[in-house]
Design a protein around this ligand. Structure first.
Ligand SMILES: [Zn+2]
Length: 92
């Protein structure tokens, strides 16, 4: 049951107009077409993918750095040890 917005008469829910005063109300038109703006085509998914790639690359670089560090320090240690022990460059 709904009521006429104009005269307040009780009307069935499926009524499109008031049978007392004749006011048409009904449901608001659904086929109103909003103007279509042509939005500039930003390729956001690709951007996200690129950022993800950069982040992933940075993480991989960090991991590589972490992997490099231990054997790099080992080489430095071995080199220092060899330099001290055998002094191949003639350093005192
Ligand atoms: Zn009415």
């Amino acid at each position: 049951m709904k009521y006429c917005p104009n005269c307040g008469a009780q009307l069935p829910d499926n009524a499109n107009f008031c049978s007392v005063c004749g006011t048409r109300f009904g449901a608001p038109q659904q086929n109103y077409q909003q103007p279509q703006y042509q939005q500039p085509q930003y390729q956001q998914p690709q951007k996200m993918t690129y950022m993800d790639r950069v982040r992933q690359a940075r993480q991989e670089q960090k991991q590589k750095k972490g992997q490099i560090k231990w054997w790099m320090w080992a080489l430095i240690g071995i080199g220092t040890y060899l330099l001290i022990q055998f002094n191949p460059l003639g350093l005192s």
